[in-house]
Design a protein around this ligand. Sequence first.
Ligand SMILES: *Cc1c(COP(=O)(O)O)cnc(C)c1O
Length: 445
Amino acid sequence: MTPAARDYPRITVPPPGPKAREIVGRHDRYASTSLPKEYPLVVARGERAVVEDVDGNRYLDFMAGIAVASTGYGHPKVVKAIQDAAGRFLHICGADFYYEGYAALIERLAKLAPGASKKRVFLSNSGAEAVEGAIKLARHSTGRPALIAFSGAFHGRTYGAMTLTASKAVQRAGFAPFVPEVYHVPYGYRYRCDFCRGEPACTMRCVSSIEDDLFARRLDPKSVAAVFVEPVQGEGGYVVPPAGYLRALRELCDRYGILLVCDEVQSGIGRTGKLFACEHEGIEPDILLAAKGLGSGMPIGAIIAKESVMKWGPGAHGTTFGGNPVCCAAALATLDIVTGELLPNVQRMGERLLAGVRRLEQQHAAIGEVRGLGLMIGIEFVKDRATREPAPELVHDLVVRAFRKGLLLLGAGKSSLRLAPPLVIDEYDVDTALRIIDECLNELD
Ligand SMILES: *Cc1c(COP(=O)(O)O)cnc(C)c1O
């Protein structure tokens, strides 16, 4: 599957084919009933931005396993790093002992994280574990209990992370009681902003209302440990907040001694054209979280905190598997590739993709809004541009149709499509994805 061959997308058996159906049947018989499946993709292998299913169909992947396969599938440098590390030792517990890969990765992340302050790093297994650790660190470091998060936020499935989450009600239904002292406020979601949607320009009232409403009426700011924010909302719909939004949150936090936690589990590791999305605003978070794209698919997450914040004593926080040596090797190779090769490609392909999606917006009235940074592009669908009524069924139909044509997509939020391909895509991939989305929309119009 070299780019020259271009033998994809290629559907030879309408999916799910016979081999796929057999595996789907076994899976569905035994899997937890909580796992949603948009379409029956059964993967056999992958290369670059191409995924092959068990019946030999080849798909162009524009979702990267939820923005995880940052360097694509089977990047030779990542695979080699994993193989070499696996041949040395699989585990020793980085919380209790030392190895070079762990030291190298935390040093690299501390130096790559934005801002002049010295940093320290804790390595986890996942995004939720990084969020959970950040909640503990914020409370421990400030001695304050309260946490602020945003409507539409997604931070993970464990109790603290789930309590911060306010993306889809089903993710919380039936799980009360939640972690106490969590307050949700509106995100900088201009297309559906209750404050200034009717105004000609953004008034940033979503930020000032935290002081004018929340702090004035309901919550003592001196009891707030941290604000948790996604610099671009992921699961909530690939929502890019207005320019200046993170800077305004940074200033608000500074006025009250509140920590700013940027959850870059989805937006980090080059996804938006910078290593971390908060760099677009030139701010330094007190705590920065990474996971999804960090290991190119190997499970690893990171809490990167200012040294002045990460001062908890020995035993205060730990993990058995976090910072596993094979995962550290994958993350080091990923960072080499992303910082050394891919960032300019993300910017170029992101511009090409965004321009193409804006052309589709001209042609299809179902597209209500297009927004994006780098290769983190959201398309919000509506039943009617005037009322902006969401069109969730259309997104589902679109995603299923695209799958049958050999393009892997994923929805986000109530009524949006997220475009999050591996960062290695090229012009052919961008143009092919745009052509298939256009075809699907023509069929649905
Ligand atoms: C996916 C995600 C998480 C949770 O990560 P897991 O590895 O699934 O636990 C947290 N925050 C954001 C922004 C995410 O996109």
